[in-house]
Design a protein around this ligand. Structure first.
Ligand SMILES: *[C@@H]1O[C@H](CO)[C@@H](O)[C@H](O)[C@H]1NC(C)=O
Ligand SMILES: *[C@@H]1O[C@H](CO)[C@@H](O)[C@H](O)[C@H]1NC(C)=O
Ligand SMILES: *[C@@H]1O[C@H](CO)[C@@H](O)[C@H](O)[C@H]1NC(C)=O
Length: 480
């Protein structure tokens, strides 16, 4: 059955402190209005038709198929926490624009940790954007991912975006909890939309979701035999920080952003990180990483001091201060009373970034998900796409490649022997011949594994290079 939540008391938004070099805007306060209908919350045992009706969304200024929004509710598995917290995970489901009932379903997860997946929807891969007049505009219909795929955005983990709980113990501290929560949310989604169980499912995401995606897929893979999960896609993902978060000084030196002596300071930070990891002190390793470059809990970073910019998402783009480079109106838009009413969130506060979620995951930052990724890589017929934006710094290509090159799995030798090929987007929209070169691809056919570099993209690949990102994901999903 689905139930209606009572209105929660609004928590005033907290400004992010310190040097937060995320491109996400500040948190949105909850609506002050009490005239909004309560949030729509789906839980196991629901009636599918009722659930679909209760979550249906259609906007006057948007002609696509009806979308669905609301919360997927389940008991979060938290060792030592009794009773289990009830987690209410916000979802936004957009059926494919071509109205193909058999369209594959793609789930998208944002990173952070603490970032709302609505960023990906409105700024990266979805069909709708929000302009400065708070109205919907159509994102490029040729390159958004919704034309022939259904999209499902999940705000994750608990506390992010609209996702909420009345219990503090809802916060996650590791990727096992992340995987369980997402798989539990997916079970409720399939109860409400059972027809989707006949469509291929892909789990995609970027950045810190480089952990969530394998954790989610591995949990589904090992426990939910009936879910038609066909593959995963990880963009600029933190799959294994102990193997990836090294050699920043070299990357920066070779793109001309630091001197050789400054490169040596990066190496000193990395030696501190390594010593902490060797001593089993993951949080100390994270603190060194945070002071060197990441900056989530710092007033300054070494990277920011020497390069003059806190932007480590694309070395060709400068700093926009602490504000986003391009205004991101969607976060204001989803918080307006009119849209709250439409998207069934009641007065639940919206956090485009929830810092408490990141605080709770501090101990997880430097831990990888190799033990969850490798079984997926090795599974017959399971598809894995890993990609890097060429211009990214925080998870730039050399960082991810040093991880992939050294990764122990059955396909290691085949991967080492595979040629890297030039990938072109024929008849690309660009004038310059060179711009047909979309990037470079390395494949291990036997294991359906592909590593791609996307030229001219930074950390948020579909934002910077929508055409190339679209070509890549389409070839991946539609291919064998
Ligand atoms: C708002 O709408 C007006 C009139 O349609 C348009 O000229 C203007 O560019 C819009 N502003 C933004 C920020 O989108
Ligand atoms: C983060 O999530 C928790 C749990 O839902 C919530 O109580 C808190 O208000 C959120 N913080 C922000 C800044 O939104
Ligand atoms: C950055 O520079 C400021 C001003 O010189 C200094 O106080 C701070 O310690 C530096 N931060 C780091 C991480 O090097």
């Amino acid at each position: 059955m689905w139930s209606l939540a009572s209105l929660l008391l609004a928590t005033p938004a907290l400004a992010l402190h310190g040097l937060k070099s995320t491109l996400l805007p500040l948190n949105q306060p909850a609506s002050s209005s009490s005239s909004i209908s309560p949030a729509v919350i789906l839980a196991s045992g629901l009636d599918p038709q009722e659930a679909q009706d209760a979550t249906r969304v259609s906007f006057d200024s948007w002609s696509g198929p009806d979308q669905h929004t609301g919360f997927l509710s389940f008991e979060g598995q938290r060792p030592g926490s009794s009773p289990a917290p009830t987690v209410n995970s916000f979802f936004w489901y957009l059926p494919a624009l071509n109205e193909d009932p058999d369209a594959p379903l793609l789930i998208w997860l944002q990173g952070g940790p603490g970032g709302s997946s609505l960023y990906g929807m409105f700024e990266e891969i979805g069909p709708m954007g929000i302009d400065g007049n708070m109205t919907i505009f159509e994102r490029d219909p040729k390159f958004n991912w919704n034309q022939k795929y259904s999209l499902l955005f999940l705000d994750n983990p608990c506390g992010v975006g609209f996702s909420f709980s009345n219990e503090e113990s809802c916060f996650v501290t590791d990727q096992t909890q992340v995987g369980n929560d997402l798989a539990d949310a997916l079970d409720v989604f399939y109860e409400a939309f059972p027809a989707q169980l006949s469509n291929d499912l892909y789990i995609t995401g970027e950045s810190y979701a480089g952990k969530y995606v394998p954790a989610f897929a591995y949990t589904v893979f090992t426990r939910d035999a009936g879910v038609p999960l066909k593959g995963i896609s990880v963009g600029d993902g933190a799959m294994n920080p102990p193997a990836q978060f090294f050699n920043y000084g070299d990357l920066l030196y070779y793109v001309g952003m630091v001197s050789s002596s400054q490169r040596d300071v990066f190496r000193q930070y990395e030696a501190t990180m390594q010593a902490a990891l060797d001593a089993g002190d993951d949080e100390a390793a994270f603190e060194a990483f945070d002071e060197m470059l990441n900056g989530d809990f710092q007033t300054s970073t070494y990277y920011g001091n020497v390069t003059g910019t806190t932007n480590y998402f694309n070395f060709q783009q400068g700093d926009c201060g602490l504000a986003p480079c391009e205004p991101e109106y969607y976060a204001d838009w989803v918080g307006t009373d009119a849209i709250r009413e439409q998207i069934h969130v009641g007065a639940i506060p919206y956090a485009s970034f929830n810092e408490t979620v990141e605080v709770e995951l501090k101990g997880d930052w430097m831990r990888g998900v190799v033990d969850m990724l490798v079984p997926l890589l090795e599974a017959p017929d399971f598809k894995v796409l890993v990609y890097s934006g060429q211009n990214d710094i925080i998870l730039g290509p050399p960082l991810t490649e040093q991880f992939l090159d050294a990764l122990e799995w059955d396909g290691k030798d085949l991967y080492a022997a595979a040629d890297r090929e030039v990938w072109k987007v024929e008849g690309g929209s660009q004038q310059d011949q060179l711009d047909e070169i979309a990037g470079y691809v390395k494949k291990v056919e036997k294991y359906n594994f592909q590593y791609s570099i996307v030229r001219g993209a930074g950390h948020m690949v579909p934002l910077d290079q929508p055409e190339r990102a679209h070509d890549m994901i389409t070839a991946f999903v539609d291919g064998q």
